[in-house]
Design a protein around this ligand. Sequence first.
Ligand code: ZN
Length: 430
Amino acid sequence: MTITFDVTDRPLPSSVSRAARIGDDVTVLLNAHVVDPESGTSGSLSDVWLQAGQISRITPAGSEPGMGSVLDLKGRFVAPGLMDAHVHLAFDGGDDPKGTYQGSSDEQIVAQIVANARIALRAGTTTVRDCGTPRHLLAPMRAALGMASDVATVVHCGAPICRVGGHGHDLGGEVRTRHDVETIIAEQHAAGASWIKLMASGGGFTPGTSPAVFEFDPTLLREAVVIAGSYGMRTAAHAHASSSMAACIEAGVHSLEHASMLGPDEQCAPDRDLLRRAADAGIHIVPTVISADIVSRQLREGHQVLSNPQDRNAVARLESRFTNVTRFLHSGVSIVAGTDAGPAHVTFDLIASELERYVDAGLAAQHALKSATCEAADMLGLEAQVGRIRPGLWADLIVTAADPMQDISTLATPLGVLKRGLLIANKYAQ
Ligand SMILES: [Zn+2]
């Protein structure tokens, strides 16, 4: 069977998408420009062969007869599936995510998690890292996600670890002692987490915390990184305060989330030395710009979408995230894309918008694409599975009308998405 794209660059014909090629094991992508974000090339026309969910080989277009199911891309572009390294699947990104979450049963929250992972995949995000979920739901959410083939692959952090009363403490990750840290890390490892999230500063959703303050015992922070490492787990640190970023760099975390560079006066104070130290240590920064855009706009319009009266400078804090991306770029630190999906109106289909903001901030489109593909895979420890189009890697792919390294906006309307070789009906193919 051959599926062809309409020559007018519209998404899959509706008859095809209604038959929902979900479950159709596409075996060859014909006539594709293969986008390689690492080298910056999109090559001459090729045929991409898929087998058992993996990329098996890439041959010059037409050099071998197609067999099995084929998808003729007619010169369109195929790029590695996108990765969103910072989402909160337990929140719905609706009008009142916290209220909805608090009013939902565990079963409803798990159903929401699966729905969000499905939305992400249909938008071209084939992998997400969940950066904070209720502690008792880690195992059930993994089980539910494992039942679905049309959802993004989820890398789990489980419940974030925080001080008593710290940011996100209602998710169940408060620690007082080393024993507490050992217990929660062992438990979350057993339940399937491969990362540990550490709340190194306060945040906009938790009264009683301050984003401008380093809110973690420095000894416990270092111990948490070591204990997580003993299980082969990596660590991500929510860090608005510069003091919290400095402590996390010293402790050896793998990624800094938001990296707002807040001074004790709650003002953003760019710190080149801090960024250079992060770059030298090989630490990645996940900027989460699009959520800051959306949340700050709502705050300016008078909608109380945050819930922490101590977060007095929230709008400026959020708006600095965009300008900070330029600073990250100039420091040479590794930037990995993340949207922070989950808060009010920050939905799970925004990875392309996040990348567009990186380009607005000065990144080349190729660099922005790397931040959501090969560089993200390297950070997540998934470089042997995803992030590049190479034989032996999973066939997690996105099909676009234009070359995303020339026009990043083409990622916002993918013509097709493949997850482990399965063609998923995407949101633009209704
Ligand atoms: Zn977050």
